[in-house]
Design a protein around this ligand. Structure first.
Ligand SMILES: Cc1cc2nc3c(=O)[nH]c(=O)nc-3n(C[C@H](O)[C@H](O)[C@H](O)COP(=O)(O)O)c2cc1C
Length: 199
């Protein structure tokens, strides 16, 4: 059985989804996967970024993270998406990247990718489930195999009980150890399903 190839594709303005992506990367590497941690292109103008010091700081600090490409998605057996809530759906930056994959979809290369998604919102009930569903809706159109965490481990309860995917509350109080455990469980679970399908 070959090593599972995982891409973790994230968008983050102020670092929460980036941190979750890093946690997923750590767990996936520890599980023996071949992992690419990738961001999507920032689309907001500098004026918007500069209006929020935390946003500018994050953009500058993550300059060296490679930008995801179609080839990365084609390479992967599994994809973990991480994108913040924007009015209850995925951030436009992530949507734009996904919309650029029409060619990949048309070539049949999105079929049977094993996928799972993570998100954050400022409020505890600010739209996390809806955002994850917006990603999973796209994944159904891709013919991808969606792997939600469900209640497959006690860390799901401890981290807020969202069976759709790891969900942060980005309220300025920092991310919790329980969320980290939940992210890392989701990464391992995604890999384990991908390994079964690729056996
Ligand atoms: C345009 C916009 C819309 C947003 N909509 C919501 C929302 O509907 N509910 C919510 O709780 N937070 C909302 N937020 C807050 C973001 O979800 C929050 O800043 C993000 O999850 C932080 O993730 P990041 O640090 O990875 O960028 C919104 C933020 C922006 C800029």
């Amino acid at each position: 059985m070959s090593t599972t190839k995982l891409v973790i594709v994230y968008y983050s303005s102020t670092g929460h989804n980036y941190q979750m992506a890093r946690w997923a990367e750590e767990a996936a590497k520890a599980a023996g996967a071949e992992v690419r941690l990738l961001k999507v292109r920032e689309l907001a103008p500098d004026a918007a970024i500069d209006s929020n010091p935390a946003w500018r700081e994050h953009v500058d600090a993550t300059q060296d993270i490679p930008v995801a490409t179609r080839d990365d998605l084609a390479w992967a057996d599994a994809i973990i998406w991480s994108a913040p809530t924007r009015f209850g759906v995925l951030a436009a930056q992530m949507k734009q990247f996904i919309d650029e994959q029409g060619g990949l979809w048309a070539a049949g290369k999105t079929v049977n990718k094993v996928v799972s998604a993570m998100t954050s919102a400022q409020n505890a009930h600010g739209g996390q489930e809806a955002t994850l569903l917006s990603i999973y809706t796209i994944m159904m159109h891709w013919g991808a195999i969606i792997v939600p965490p469900g209640y497959s481990d006690s860390v799901i309860y401890a981290s807020g009980g969202n069976p759709y995917g790891a969900s942060a509350t980005a309220d300025g109080n920092g991310l919790t150890d329980e969320l980290k455990a939940s992210v890392q469980h989701q990464a391992r679970r995604t890999l384990s399903i991908a390994a079964k399908l690729n056996a």
